[in-house]
Design a protein around this ligand. Structure first.
Ligand code: URA
Ligand code: SF4
Length: 188
């Protein structure tokens, strides 16, 4: 673990710790406020993210941005990262060995950011952070306090593109996030 961003970023630069390294154009490390109170964790880069090296800039990200805008959440105030930093082929779900190989970078990011709230976007984020026994269908919208961090699981924004109902629930969950943050005087 590194106690500063420079060394952490340096350590990931030529990472070949898992087989996803072969298909990437850019490592998608993370973006946003490095002192954020609220952190979002997604699954892994898609084609647009791979091209730009920035998380959530494609269709799903734009939908999330729209929700942010509507609810008064400022993307610049939060920090956004993914379970894996390199694009899985055909956007498939990251395999266990890939997630395990990459997770230490994310853990280090969490240690440096010190968020008060972590929003888990979709099943991959939920299972890799809180454990495989968790279910996004059962637990979305329900926040849990674990060792001083509040975790809020919700749908992955890509799921909203296919399901109008999930869009409504996603908005509801972000509204809950916004209220929770304001109640606790957190930057959002
Ligand atoms: N989906 C993710 O999980 N992360 C991104 O950065 C983009 C799409
Ligand atoms: Fe390294 Fe993570 Fe990329 Fe795998 S996904 S090569 S562990 S940075």
């Amino acid at each position: 673990m590194f106690d500063n961003w420079e060394e952490l970023e340096q350590s990931i630069k030529d990472c070949k710790k898992c087989k996803l390294n072969g298909g990437r154009t850019n490592i998608v490390f993370g973006v946003g406020n490095r002192e954020a109170d609220v952190m979002f964790i997604g699954e892994g880069p898609g084609a647009d993210e791979d091209k730009e090296g920035i998380p959530f800039v494609g269709k799903a990200g734009q939908l999330m941005d729209k929700a942010f805008e509507g609810l008064g959440i400022n993307r610049e105030n939060v920090y956004i990262a993914n379970i894996v930093k390199c694009r899985p082929p055909q956007n498939r779900v990251p395999e266990k060995d890939e997630a395990v190989a990459c997770l230490n970078y994310l853990r280090n990011q969490v240690i440096l950011v010190k968020p008060k709230i972590i929003v888990l976007l979709g099943s991959t984020a939920l299972k890799n952070i809180l454990g495989d026994e968790h279910s996004i269908t059962k637990e979305r919208g329900i926040w849990a306090d674990k060792k001083g961090i509040i975790y809020l699981p919700t749908w992955h924004p890509a799921a909203l593109l296919r399901d109008e109902n999930k869009k409504i629930e996603f908005w509801k969950d972000l509204k809950l996030l916004k209220n929770l943050a304001e109640e606790k005087n957190l930057k959002i």
